[in-house]
Design a protein around this ligand. Structure first.
Ligand code: ACO
Length: 178
């Protein structure tokens, strides 16, 4: 990869500054998967804010040089049918940058964060015909569990580090303004 990949969390003001780019990356990533993404600008923006507010330290963005290449939004505390999960809610990479390892790097950071918060199970919902994302998760040890309508539940059981560090109080990194 020619340009440097930088993965960071965001303060709320940076989220606002970057909102246009975040929405645009989301729209491009779901352009070929219209059944699984939100469509109105207002809905997408509200969704991105919901992701960030639910766990600001679990919202990671990837920059390639100065361009926003993708983001992942996870919540470290998520209850699903009475079970505690680290939940991967959203994960997108701009199609212009897909297949270059950006997604793997983002996803790795998100999983590391969830494991450091002590989560033993990582869960997500993926569209039943979203073969690309499903392959991505299967290769990383996720297994299909239940299906609810067009959504497939995938779960991965993880080994807890010997001394899990709790990043809950860590300051958010400041995004370097361009
Ligand atoms: N066909 C087959 N495999 C695919 C495809 C595809 N169309 N797209 C991604 N993959 C998988 C492959 O397993 C590939 O494995 P490889 O390393 O052996 O080639 C891997 O993804 C590529 O890895 P990266 O380059 O690290 O990932 P990338 O930067 O392309 O990001 C992502 C992966 C986020 C899934 C991206 O393809 C994307 O944005 N897709 C559209 C949006 C989407 O489906 N998001 C996930 C929804 S589910 C959820 O958010 C919980």
């Amino acid at each position: 990869m020619e340009e440097e990949l930088c993965i960071t969390t965001l303060e709320e003001r940076d989220l606002s500054d970057l909102m246009g780019e975040l929405v645009s990356v989301y729209q491009r990533a779901y352009a070929t998967l219209p059944d699984y993404g939100y469509h109105s600008l207002q809905r997408i923006e509200g969704y991105i804010r919901w992701l960030w507010r639910g766990d600001p330290q679990g919202f990671f963005v990837a920059f390639l040089g100065k361009r926003l290449a993708g983001f992942v939004g996870v919540h470290a505390t998520w209850w699903e049918n009475g079970e505690l999960f680290g939940e991967v809610h959203e994960f997108v990479v701009d199609p212009a940058f897909q297949g270059k390892g950006v997604g793997s790097a983002l996803f790795g950071r998100a999983l590391e964060y969830l494991m450091n918060r002590g989560r033993k199970k990582i869960g997500l919902w993926v569209g039943e015909k979203n073969e690309g994302a499903m392959q991505f998760y299967l290769k990383r040890g996720f297994q299909k569990t239940i299906q609810y309508g067009k959504w497939v539940r995938m779960v991965k059981e993880v080994e807890i580090p010997v001394s899990p560090r709790d990043f809950g109080e860590a300051p958010l990194f400041r995004w370097n303004k361009r």
